[in-house]
Design a protein around this ligand. Structure first.
Ligand SMILES: *[C@@H]1O[C@H](CO)[C@@H](O)[C@H](O)[C@H]1NC(C)=O
Ligand SMILES: *[C@@H]1O[C@H](CO)[C@@H](O)[C@H](O)[C@H]1NC(C)=O
Ligand SMILES: *[C@@H]1O[C@H](CO)[C@@H](O)[C@H](O)[C@H]1NC(C)=O
Ligand SMILES: *[C@@H]1O[C@H](CO)[C@@H](O)[C@H](O)[C@H]1NC(C)=O
Ligand SMILES: *[C@@H]1O[C@H](CO)[C@@H](O)[C@H](O)[C@H]1NC(C)=O
Ligand SMILES: *[C@@H]1O[C@H](CO)[C@@H](O)[C@H](O)[C@H]1NC(C)=O
Ligand SMILES: *[C@@H]1O[C@H](CO)[C@@H](O)[C@H](O)[C@H]1NC(C)=O
Ligand SMILES: *[C@@H]1O[C@H](CO)[C@@H](O)[C@H](O)[C@H]1NC(C)=O
Ligand SMILES: *[C@@H]1O[C@H](CO)[C@@H](O)[C@H](O)[C@H]1NC(C)=O
Length: 460
């Protein structure tokens, strides 16, 4: 008999109980009461035109049955139901008009529609009657839709050549060759696009209008088209949007950059690089500025400055980026300061230090020097030195005596050490000072003592 798995719950006392509840509630739900249950997996079935569509139905009952009758009816909106076919036990009686289209294999109540056509769209009603001790009957509805699957959409952009930011508009159109009940959706970088101040959609959503375009509109656009039986996404289209220049900046491979000032060591060749974001790429020009005039020195994104060939110490430059499609340009000014190397550089750096920092530095320097010399003096017996000194000719010490030390302050830079050398009287004495300034040294002492002046230039 036509009893499937769903019948099992009804074959026990639970089934009886359920039936009693149903009777009590007088629940008029067509598919589930009075000992007979008819069910369908889905009340809506989407079919593809030209293909076979199977409408599955399950039913179950727990009373003794002599006859099982199954009837299929079809109803289009606002029309009366039409008889399609029916069966008693295993014999099927089709409507002769539709006998080649609808198939049923009782006791299996499922209906096969083949081939499916647009006219087959509508409501299908299945009614099951069980004849036993009385008659039980139940029915179900299945809504059937018929569609053509969507073919792959193609996106076209207008204008095809691209649009200039803030000036032009862009329209993307999604074209689909075949398909019914189409729903369009626009995706940008894979995410659904919504209406914004600049984005708008046609009523069907099949066109996207961007007015005006901006750099932010650059992305991977695709059109997703759906219908009940299919869903296809177009290839990605990246609209051409002309923009910029934005974020113009100059960088160098060497040298120190502070704001718009590049400090470059004399003798170094420095490569400057000018960059700005724009599409199409910018045309760059480098402009040298003198007091009143400016002149272009080079085109292209790079500029090499060989600092030794430049007469001035400070040069003003300008990099100009021009987008020949948007017609917009941007420029940035910068200054190159050429500094000398070595000690001058050190002094240059020293100058740039704050006065407080300089004072602290000098103080520390003095303290460390004093400590060092004190220790040195304490642990280094002067005899060693005097012996060494004795080996030298006297003229050398005379030279030392004539030391004046103020021709060039730069040459005097360093730590000074005064090493006493015994005079004619043969009384050895030693005196040390950490700086060339010989404060507290009386003329008498100087008179009777020969000094060797040792200059230490601190390591840089
Ligand atoms: C259906 O089958 C039952 C039992 O199998 C039988 O008693 C009944 O007569 C049949 N009905 C028809 C219309 O053939
Ligand atoms: C009904 O027949 C279809 C095939 O035609 C089958 O897939 C389905 O399982 C059957 N249902 C029952 C309840 O036997
Ligand atoms: C048929 O149903 C009646 C009441 O509806 C009941 O009295 C009778 O016992 C039933 N007969 C069988 C064979 O189930
Ligand atoms: C862009 O669209 C706006 C309206 O949305 C219109 O006023 C304007 O003229 C359009 N611009 C171009 C270049 O077509
Ligand atoms: C856009 O698509 C290209 C490949 O077509 C991919 O390389 C790129 O990462 C995508 N960009 C985004 C933002 O998804
Ligand atoms: C168009 O798309 C918007 C969301 O982007 C959606 O809310 C609307 O229902 C769609 N209209 C149609 C006709 O598909
Ligand atoms: C720069 O121009 C001003 C007037 O615009 C003029 O007085 C001055 O002499 C010029 N300087 C040089 C170096 O040409
Ligand atoms: C714009 O500049 C590019 C180089 O950046 C050049 O190839 C192109 O021909 C120029 N177009 C026009 C219209 O000048
Ligand atoms: C210092 O030298 C001068 C001459 O050079 C001399 O007149 C004087 O007496 C000397 N003083 C001492 C303390 O030797």
């Amino acid at each position: 008999m036509g009893q499937d798995a769903l019948m099992e719950p009804f074959s026990s006392t639970t089934g009886v109980l359920q039936c009693k509840i149903c009777l009590l509630l007088l629940a008029g739900h067509s598919g589930s009461c009075l000992g007979l249950k008819v069910s369908v997996p889905s009340h809506t079935v989407h079919g593809i035109r030209g293909q076979a569509l199977y409408l599955p139905v399950h039913y179950g009952f727990h009373t003794p049955a002599s006859d099982i009758q199954i009837i299929w009816l079809f109803q289009r909106p606002q029309t009366i139901p039409k008889y399609l076919l029916g069966s008693v036990n295993k014999s099927v009686v089709p409507d002769l008009e539709y006998q080649h289209k609808f198939t049923m294999m009782p006791p299996n109540a499922s209906l096969l529609i083949n081939p499916l056509e647009f006219t087959d769209e509508g409501n299908y009603i299945v009614k099951v009657n069980i004849q036993g001790n009385g008659t039980l009957s139940a029915s179900q509805n299945i809504q059937v839709t018929v569609d053509d699957p969507v073919t792959k959409p193609v996106v076209q952009s207008q204008p095809t050549s691209g649009a200039v930011e803030y000036v032009e508009n862009m329209t993307l159109t999604c074209l689909v060759e075949r398909g019914t009940r189409l729903l369009y959706q626009w995706l940008k970088d894979g995410r659904p696009l919504h209406t914004t101040a600049t984005n708008s959609f046609s009523p069907q959503n099949n066109t996207l209008h961007i007015s005006p375009v901006t750099k932010e509109d650059i992305g991977n656009y695709s059109c997703l088209v759906k219908n009940p039986v299919s869903e296809v996404e177009s290839d990605i289209i990246i609209p051409t949007i002309y923009y910029g220049p934005y974020g113009l900046r100059v960088n160098s491979d060497k040298g120190l950059k502070v704001g718009e000032v590049f400090t470059v060591d004399s003798g170094e060749a420095v490569l400057f690089d000018c960059s700005a974001d724009s599409y199409p790429p910018n045309t760059y020009s480098w402009i040298r500025r003198t007091d009143n005039s400016t002149y272009v020195i080079k085109y292209g994104p790079h500029l090499e400055v060989a600092s030794e060939k430049v007469a001035q110490k400070t040069i003003d430059y300008m990099c100009c980026a021009y987008n020949n499609v948007t017609g917009r340009q941007d420029e940035t000014h910068f200054t190159v300061i050429i500094t000398s190397t070595g000690l001058e550089k050190l002094l240059q750096k020293g100058k740039s230090l704050s006065p407080l920092a300089s004072i602290t530095g000098i103080s520390l320097f003095l303290i460390i020097s004093m400590s060092f010399l004190f220790l040195w003096k304490k642990y280094q017996p002067y005899k060693v030195i005097t012996q060494k000194l004795r080996g030298r000719p006297e003229e050398e010490y005379r030279k030392a005596q004539t030391f004046s030390g103020h021709e060039d302050a730069l040459d005097d830079f360093g730590i000074y050490e005064f090493v006493a050398f015994p005079d004619a009287s043969g009384v050895p004495r030693m005196s040390s000072r950490s700086t060339p300034v010989s404060n507290g040294l009386s003329g008498q002492e100087l008179n009777s003592t020969i000094y060797e002046v040792i200059q230490h230039i601190p390591a840089q």
